[in-house]
Design a protein around this ligand. Structure first.
Ligand code: NAD
Length: 266
């Protein structure tokens, strides 16, 4: 008996084995969920197909989340083949390299629109299509980052997108709550992935997070997978509109310097 037996889970944002979405996929699959996967573009298809095979996934569909027709098609296929959806996982983000780093004031209008469209609006677009397939007890979740709350170096347009995503989470939770659908976000600490490689100075951020976080640990895809299991399952009944930090405690710090670094200043 698994916590996710009989549950249909649709996951957006799997790129490769390092993806946070892969940590979530594996954890929910291990608890008995039927996993449905989507990918963006031909390059991703080649990477995602072997992973799908590894877990015996029979639903692997293309979807560029900026395209309403793609979104319509994938949710229609879920309806045709399964007739319902229990869990929706949004693990998607994108920004142009020039809008990460440099100066914040230089973010372009087009770059802003693109990052917000892919990384934030898409959660609304997905939820609208998921709602008719969902019943009481269903769960929607997305992935966010601490840069939505506090200024982090170089995160720039993605920080704005994550702030939007967290606000969208609360408004969706309120909108869909009367139907018993829960909407939450996981704020993960830095993890080495394809998307993270696009953030200038990410390696430094990783090192610093490990040094400064109260638990003195980096977060893994498996850690996020465990949190996702909590949010996807009945373990989190009556939890909605929440941003759950899985960051070894980094977000509670007012001063992120270690005691040794502070001693060096004195
Ligand atoms: P990743 O590169 O493995 O995943 C990002 C995914 O977004 C990819 O699968 C990519 O194909 C998809 N994507 C981009 N544009 C798309 C589009 N137009 N249509 C459909 N899919 C598209 O990287 P990841 O780090 O696993 O990122 C997953 C989520 O976790 C993102 O929302 C990211 O911001 C968030 N997050 C990451 C970290 C980190 O340190 N890695 C920390 C906190 C939050």
């Amino acid at each position: 008996m698994g916590l996710m037996d009989g549950k249909i889970v649709l996951i957006f944002g799997l790129a490769n084995k390092n993806s946070i979405a892969w940590g979530i996929t594996q954890r929910l699959h291990a608890e008995g969920a039927t996993i449905l996967l989507s990918y963006a573009g031909e390059i991703m298809e080649k990477r995602v197909m072997p992973l799908a095979k590894e877990i015996g996934c029979e639903f692997v569909e293309p979807c560029d989340v900026t395209q309403d027709t793609d979104l319509d098609a994938i949710f229609e296929k879920v309806k045709e083949r399964y007739g319902k959806l229990d869990v929706l996982v949004h693990s998607v983000a994108f920004a142009q390299r020039e809008d990460l780093g440099g100066r914040f004031v230089d973010i372009s209008r087009d770059g802003f629109k693109l990052a917000l469209d892919i990384s934030a609006y898409s959660l609304i677009a997905m939820s609208k299509r998921a709602e008719p397939l969902m019943s009481a007890g269903s769960s929607i979740m997305s992935l966010t980052y601490y840069a939505a709350e506090k200024v982090m170096p170089k995160y720039h347009v993605m920080a704005v997108a994550k702030a939007a995503l967290e606000t969208i989470t609360r408004y969706l939770a309120n909108d869909l709550g009367p139907k018993g659908i829960r909407v939450n976000a996981i704020s993960a600490g830095p993890i080495k992935t394809l998307a993270a490689a696009g953030v200038p100075g990410f390696r430094m951020m990783l090192k610093y997070a490990e040094k400064a976080a109260p638990l003195r640990h980096l977060v893994s895809q498996d850690d996020v997978g465990n949190a996702a299991l909590y949010l996807a399952s009945d373990l989190s009944t009556n939890v909605t509109g929440e941003v759950l930090h899985v960051d070894a405690g980094y977000h509670i710090l007012g001063l992120t310097m270690t005691e040794e670094e502070l001693a060096g200043i004195e």
